[in-house]
Design a protein around this ligand. Structure first.
Ligand SMILES: [Zn+2]
Length: 201
């Protein structure tokens, strides 16, 4: 466990209220193999080591004594800052190759005691999401939620490695793999050349 200035916490059962009240801070890594919904999103062609990869996270709790809105009584409000860095192996919709989609997300949450409290809270700040805390809160699930939310709806390389013109239809770059003309079979495949490059080292 690496910890300097941070504490080691139970990611599956964290007293989130206490963590925020005392201004707790934690950092570490979560393995993809512990995140079943990320594994489900991972491309079948991902490297075999994909499940051993990790997301680095930092979590910082804090509290503020303030009214939730003007005129309301001053109360203790609890917040959690969460940052996650890593990547998820996805299939590029443009060239169909597997690639590592970088995930770098930072969120601030206000922690409420109950669903009812979260629902009735005036969320005046779009940058802050409401979550319901618990004395046995799964930070692991929250990390997984946030990674999933950070994934693109249409995964694509920022720049595809050599996309053959025939695989791209239309300006939006949508790929229609079934529609490849038969004559393309006779030409040397650009992917075969790419595969040669990959195995060389
Ligand atoms: Zn691509």
């Amino acid at each position: 466990m690496s910890s300097h200035m941070t504490e080691s916490i139970d990611l599956r059962e964290l007293d989130l209220f206490a963590f925020c009240r005392k201004g707790g801070s934690a950092a570490g890594e979560v393995a993809v193999r512990d995140l079943p919904r990320i594994l489900a999103e991972t491309a079948a062609q991902a490297p075999a080591s994909a499940a051993d990869e990790v997301f680095a996270y930092t979590a910082t709790g804090f509290s503020r004594e303030e009214a939730s809105e003007p005129g309301a009584p001053v109360a203790q409000r609890l917040f959690l800052d969460l940052s996650i860095n890593g990547h998820v192996w996805l299939n590029c919709q443009r060239c169909l190759e597997v690639y590592a989609e970088p995930v770098a997300t930072s969120m601030r949450f206000e922690v409420f005691a109950s669903d009812a409290a979260a629902d009735s809270a005036p969320m005046d700040d779009d940058e802050i999401d409401a979550i319901v805390g618990s004395k046995r809160f799964s930070l692991l699930e929250l990390i997984e939620d946030e990674v999933l939310l950070a994934l693109p709806a249409a995964p694509k390389h920022s720049v595809c490695p050599e996309v053959h013109e025939s695989l791209v239809t239309g300006a939006d770059g949508e790929v229609e793999p079934e529609a490849a003309p038969e004559e393309e079979e006779k030409r040397p495949s650009p992917f075969a050349a790419l595969a040669g490059l990959k195995t060389r080292h």
